[in-house]
Design a protein around this ligand. Structure first.
Ligand code: J2J
Length: 550
């Protein structure tokens, strides 16, 4: 057994998923083993000037797996990984799977606070970072991690500074002979990151069985094959880019993943032209930038057949422009790292593709749309989205209290999304009830930022809310009530100037995308009947202030 504890599916559900062929009892390393056998010379990854064949991806991940096994890493261990969009991301991912070490892939934008929070929860034996990230540019952060995580045995850095262990050296190491064994398919393969709505970021255990199913089903729906050339221009570890169908879907089908450092259009267009990219996955804000950049550059995009858009609400007006202005079909994807993924299908009528976020990928996905009392609402009416199914998790890692809040007794997970479901089962996302800001697809848990602001000596109360943004969809606004005393009112205001607050938050080590875009000083925060901050009212107050300013 892997030894990583997680909430399992009830036995009857597990049996059903096995009997239906959703869960194959195979580890995800099977993806690579099959390609290696059938398609060894196929290009798995294009990364800058490098091309990695399936055989090389397999060989390199095996070599690294051996090197790690030699250093004592073993099944049941966990790892914290933070790499940019480079081939090593996928090499490391498979290497860890091959020895049953379950990684969490932090976003490259994450900083000290996020990585430390993940490390505290996971207690990893291994940390892998990149020297191009400020946290791993010297040994200071690694030293603090060692202090936080007593069992941390190895920190490996790609492009290591002097004194640190170079990941590339282990990738070259020859001579491992041990038999490699992934964790059993029904056990935790790795952890996904939750977008979060609470003070501490949560981890989502994903098993081989459940994740491999979501990958196969996604690849089928998106009709991937060996001719697929997929542009990965969002963080490679994000659920969308890993599994919907993402890189794993592409590997499963024997196609090529073309890695891009960011969705910035000109760089992406050049990669598309150079590699004959057939498919890309973007968040809506990136599509807007592509639409702006496309006039006069359409020829560069000629090979693209499908653009997937997901992660945040995609305005219908923008969606309608995609085929005409980018010259490819559109697929809307509404997914979550916790599980459930919805797709519009490639043969859906146009209106459905423009106006809905698709329907669940699996016939075994169970979806309920309910009112605040938990009663099912009729089709077409707005309600809270609950779901359970063969690839939707049953509990955050070591978070029993939070789990008690978001799962009902039947194992349905409350997604926090507000949707409408049509008679045909297609979902339209209309809002959310979770306390989260979706900043162009990047999720910010309001409570996490509020807690940081509350540590500031001059802050009495803090609340983070969303405000509309023309490109990002939403941006964040921190509403602050100052702590009186300690100087004149002018002193207090001076200490709480936005640049100073941002500097303060940066010093706390939080990711840049979580820094509030706006700050508003208020005398009081509106409260609900039970005395909590009334965010609906607060959003209205902030919107009023925005309008007054405009
Ligand atoms: C509106 N809101 C959306 C959409 C996600 C595929 C695609 C996206 C994600 C993802 C993913 C949305 N329209 N099309 O994991 O596999 C919001 C919802 C949802 C939350 C999940 C995948 N697509 N959202 O975005 O875990 O609020 O996953 O609950 O990052 O993003 O965020 P995340």
């Amino acid at each position: 057994m892997s030894g990583i504890d997680f909430t399992r599916w009830p036995e009857d559900a597990a049996r059903r998923y096995r009997e239906a062929g959703c869960w194959l009892g195979l580890p995800m390393t099977d993806i690579l083993a099959r390609q290696c056998r059938d398609n060894g010379d196929g290009i798995a990854i294009a990364c800058g000037e490098r091309q990695v064949t399936y055989r090389e991806l397999d060989a390199r991940s095996t070599r690294l797996a051996h090197a790690l096994a030699l250093r004592g890493l073993a099944r049941g261990d966990t790892a914290l990984v933070q790499l940019p969009n480079v081939a090593e991301f996928h090499i490391v991912f498979f290497a860890l799977l091959k020895i049953g070490v379950a990684p969490v892939n932090a976003l490259f934008s994450h900083q000290r606070l996020e990585l430390t929070a993940y490390a505290r929860q996971l207690q990893p034996r291994l940390v892998i970072g990149a020297g191009v990230h400020p946290l791993f540019a010297d040994g200071a952060f690694a030293a603090t991690l060692h202090a936080e995580v007593p069992g941390l045995a190895h920190v490996l850095v790609l492009g290591a500074p002097a004194g640190a262990t170079e990941l590339a050296d282990l990738l070259m190491e020859e001579g491992g002979t041990a038999v490699l064994a992934p964790s059993p398919a029904s056990e935790v393969a790795f952890f996904q990151l939750s977008g979060g709505s609470t003070g501490t970021p949560k981890l989502i255990p994903r098993t081989h069985d459940d994740y491999y199913y979501s990958v196969r089903r996604s690849a089928e729906i998106c009709r991937l094959d060996t001719t697929t050339r997929f542009l990965c221009a969002l963080p490679a570890g994000h659920n969308f880019l890993l599994s919907s169908p993402g890189a794993l879907g592409v590997f499963h089908a024997g196609g090529t993943v073309v890695l891009a450092p960011s969705p910035e259009p000109l760089g992406c267009f050049a990669l598309i032209e150079r590699h004959g990219v057939t498919m890309a996955a973007l968040v809506p804000s990136a599509v807007a930038l592509w639409l702006q950049a496309a006039p006069g550059r359409r020829a560069q995009l000629a090979s693209v057949r499908l653009l997937q858009v997901g992660g945040a609400s995609f305005a219908e007006a923008l969606a309608r422009r995609v085929p005409e202005e980018l010259g490819c079909a559109l697929q809307q994807v509404f997914g979550m790292a916790e599980g459930l993924v919805n797709y519009t299908r490639l043969d859906d009528p146009e209106d459905k593709v423009y106006t809905t976020q698709g329907r669940p990928m699996s016939p075994f996905d169970e979806v309920r749309v309910v009112d605040l009392d938990g009663q099912d609402v009729p089709d077409g009416a707005e309600g809270l989205l609950l779901t359970r199914g063969p690839y939707t998790f049953r509990g955050y890692y070591r978070a029993p209290e939070h789990n008690a809040q978001v799962f009902d007794t039947e194992g349905y997970y409350a997604t926090g999304d507000l949707v409408r479901r049509g008679v045909d089962g297609y979902l339209t996302v209309v809002g959310r009830v979770k306390d989260q800001i979706n900043r162009g697809g990047e999720k910010i848990a309001a409570e996490e930022v509020e807690n940081l602001l509350l540590r500031h000596p001059r802050v009495l109360q803090a609340a983070l809310v969303s405000v509309p943004h023309p490109l990002l969809g939403e941006m964040s606004c921190a509403c602050i009530v100052a702590r009186p005393g300690g100087g004149t009112a002018a002193d207090v205001t001076d200490a709480l100037r936005p640049p100073l607050l941002r500097k303060y938050l940066r010093e706390q080590g939080v990711a840049e995308f979580k820094l509030p875009d706006r700050f508003r000083m208020l005398d009081t925060l509106p409260l609900t009947a039970v005395g909590k901050t009334d965010k609906v009212a607060l959003r209205a107050v902030v919107a009023g202030l925005e309008t007054n300013q405009a």
